[in-house]
Design a binder for this molecule. Structure first.
Ligand code: ZN
Length: 704
């Protein structure tokens, strides 16, 4: 368990005042202590927790108004800036205190209509709690130690014993009006309170100075920590199971289990789109130890530590007791566990939705967290960000729950509260609803350091896929990565350096990709080299080099991807970057044309063989794609100077020559190839074994 420290520092606080000269001192200090809280994961995780300050502000008429500045929903305390706070008309909100009840819809409406700036984000769902308390500063966290104490059968007594006088305890109540009302009643009856602890949820502290409210938080959390430490002294958290043996090859087992889990959890959404998850594995020694302990099944079966976690992790996790060495057994084992999870989830949904007034729209029934014996935890997310958040939360939970279990009886909030939280409209707004075309897909593009690779990666990222750019040259792949990060979400860009001519390196790279993100859905063999010489002068060694990269490289990629496609069992796409030369070859270009013709042909064979597992294989035939100043085309670096000399042209002249040569007089760009890859990857037509020319129209190269 992490130890919370008081990080308040006068000089740092002063820096915030200078950093935000346009803000009042009170607001700048609010930002400072919010960030102190946000950067400690034993207090809050990923957008969890919230803070506020009450100020007097002059409105446009010069009238002085009380304004509550509270964290916007979804904003992260660790990086809180003025834009992350919402100003609300305090007196209007405080009037709501007198109401007996307030529906969630009406609360949302009240919070929206009393914003000071109409453009500011929606406030935290705990805004009324902040509004009702009279203190200038209010801080709220889901501190791990508080969760350990409050998720206990005798939690209330433990909290009182651990934190001593000065605190009030509220039973579990859903955030919103009922919780805010209970809190203010508790406070008004006990105005000496310095903190309010919420069972199965977290803690609120308050004070008239930013520092006081923050230091109250640290003080009570530290008390909880030292109490737990004392209680746990000498007690082992884990009891290792002697009957579980470590896997021989951790990297390979991680790759295999990730792809199998990912495949088993992919599902068709109501619109008919296949939704795939990204995986995030945590194999720290602690997580491996947890996964091999006698407590592991209980860790998975028991409910979440705090309601805030549920939208990312769901309430329960799946335990996988072993990773069998053959893929068939592994798949059937995981499927059995996932099926049983789905059955439980559906029962949970039916039971709790039946008792609610209006039945909510059902979310998917799939788990988000797996604990796998010998491997650690595997988290799932429909976006990479969601997978990482789920992993962080689960890792912390798997550290806290055993402490709670060793201390006494772990008792999380009951299932009906978990249900309310999972299906609460305000909570669900934190999850994006509409998905980009290729969201959830993992694309592997070789030759990723060149112009065509860049064009393909760019279009795939724009369509929402995660792209692994691969190249043999590290500097080239890093260059492309840096260009792509200017335009796209960095979390969706991965890079790999390996040699496609070496089969074991290809297998190893694919295994690493599966371990990192879960598998592969789209493979784009694009790495290629060329050599210009007439057969008479063609050095057999050079010929073989070209064959090695262009043909053998493609073959290696196809072969290494098959086991991954089979483990996932969700189909996929392969788009072989072939060439206009396959149909319309040129003299002195034998090595290139023959190798590309071979790659094209092996692609067609793959189309025949892989259709039965739902993998489509298509070819794209580009012509005359030049790079730019930033990223050149390796092919044109090689053949360009020769062509320019033969035709007496400069670089621009050569590009123009190729433009004039095609029917549409079009300059063919790398992104055009990327568009074709996106089209194939989106499965909009039932097509496999096809060739798609991207050449502006060259009659001699029409596919036949
Ligand atoms: Zn909370």
């Amino acid at each position: 368990m992490g130890a919370v420290r008081n990080l308040f520092n006068k000089e740092e606080a002063q820096e915030f005042l200078t950093k935000y000269p346009s803000l009042s001192e009170a607001l700048a200090l609010r930002l400072y202590t919010s960030r102190l809280i946000g950067k400690d994961p034993s207090l809050v995780l990923h957008g969890g927790g919230n803070t506020s300050v009450k100020l007097k502000i002059k409105n446009i008429l010069g009238e002085e108004r009380d304004v509550l500045y509270v964290k916007g929903s979804g904003a992260d305390l660790a990086a809180l800036g003025p834009e992350g706070l919402v100003g609300l008309e305090l007196q209007e909100l405080q009037k709501l205190k007198s109401l007996e009840g307030l529906s969630d819809e009406e609360m949302e409406n009240q919070l929206k209509i009393h914003k000071v700036h109409f453009r500011s984000p929606d406030p935290s769902v705990e805004a009324l709690f902040h509004a009702f308390l009279p203190h200038r500063y209010v801080d709220h966290t889901h501190a791990q130690s508080i969760l350990i104490l409050t998720n206990q059968k005798h939690g209330k007594e433990l909290v009182a014993e651990a934190l001593g006088p000065g605190i009030g305890v509220l039973p579990y109540l859903r955030s919103g009006f009922p919780l805010a009302k209970a809190a203010i009643e508790l406070y008004e009856n006990n105005p000496q309170l310095e903190a309010i602890v919420l069972m199965n949820h977290g803690i609120f502290t308050f004070g008239d100075e930013a520092r006081l409210s923050y230091e109250n938080m640290i003080r009570f959390v530290q008390k909880a920590e030292s109490y737990i430490e004392k209680r746990l002294q000498g007690k082992p958290l884990w009891h290792p199971r002697a009957d579980l043996y470590p896997s021989l090859d951790i990297a390979l087992s991680t790759a295999r289990i990730s792809s199998v889990i990912r495949g088993a959890c992919a599902y068709q959404d109501p619109g008919g789109t296949l939704r795939r998850f990204y995986t995030e594995v945590r194999s720290t020694p602690e997580m491996v130890e947890a996964s091999r302990s006698k407590e592991a099944p209980d860790l998975c079966r028991s409910g979440a530590l705090t309601p805030d976690h549920i939208i990312w992790t769901k309430n329960r996790a799946v335990y996988i007791e072993s990773v069998p060495g053959d893929d068939e057994s592994l798949r059937s084992l995981v499927k059995q566990e996932v099926d049983s999870y789905i059955k439980d989830y559906d029962r949970y949904f039916e039971t709790h939705s039946a008792t609610r007034g209006t039945k909510p729209e059902k979310l998917d029934s799939y788990p988000r967290i797996f604990l796998v014996a010998g491997i650690g935890l595997v988290a799932l997310g429909l976006t990479r960000r969601a997978a990482r958040i789920a992993a962080d939360i689960a890792e912390r939970s798997f550290q806290a729950k055993p402490c709670a279990m060793a201390m006494g009886d772990y008792l999380p909030m009951d299932e009906s509260h978990a249900f309310d939280m999972e299906y609460w409209g305000l909570q669900q707004k934190k999850l994006a609803k509409t998905a980009p075309l290729l969201q959830g897909q993992v694309a592997v593009v070789t030759g990723g350091g060149g112009a065509i690779g860049l064009g393909i990666a760019d279009r795939l990222l724009a369509a929402g896929a995660l792209v692994v750019i691969c190249d043999i040259e590290k500097t080239r792949v890093e260059k492309v990565r840096s260009i792509l990060t200017r335009k796209h979400d960095e979390s969706l860009i991965e890079q790999m350096v390996f040699d496609v001519t070496d089969y074991p390196s290809v297998e190893k790279a694919f295994s690493e990709i599966s371990g990192r993100v879960g598998g592969i859905d789209l493979l784009v063999p694009n790495a290629g080299i060329a050599h210009v010489a007439k057969i008479e002068d063609l050095d057999p060694i050079k010929f073989r080099q070209v064959i090695d990269v262009n043909l053998m490289g493609t073959f290696h990629m196809l072969k290494a991807s098959v086991p991954i496609f089979k483990r996932q069992a969700t189909g996929g796409n392969i788009v072989v970057v072939s060439s206009k030369n396959v149909f319309d070859p040129g003299a002195a270009f034998g090595a290139y044309s023959a190798s590309k013709a071979g790659a094209h042909q092996i692609g067609k064979i793959a189309a025949l063989e892989l259709a039965e597992i739902g993998v489509r294989v298509n070819m794209v035939n580009p012509d005359a794609i030049f790079g730019d100043e930033e990223v050149s085309s390796k092919l044109w670096d090689l053949v360009g100077p020769d062509r320019m000399k033969a035709r007496g042209l400069d670089a621009e002249g050569l590009k123009e020559y190729y433009r004039q040569r095609n029917l549409l007089k079009a300059r063919v760009l790398a992104e055009h190839v990327g568009n074709v890859v996106v089209f194939f990857a989106s499965n909009q037509t039932p097509t496999t074994g096809a060739t798609f020319p991207v050449d502006g129209g060259i009659p001699a190269a029409f596919p036949r």
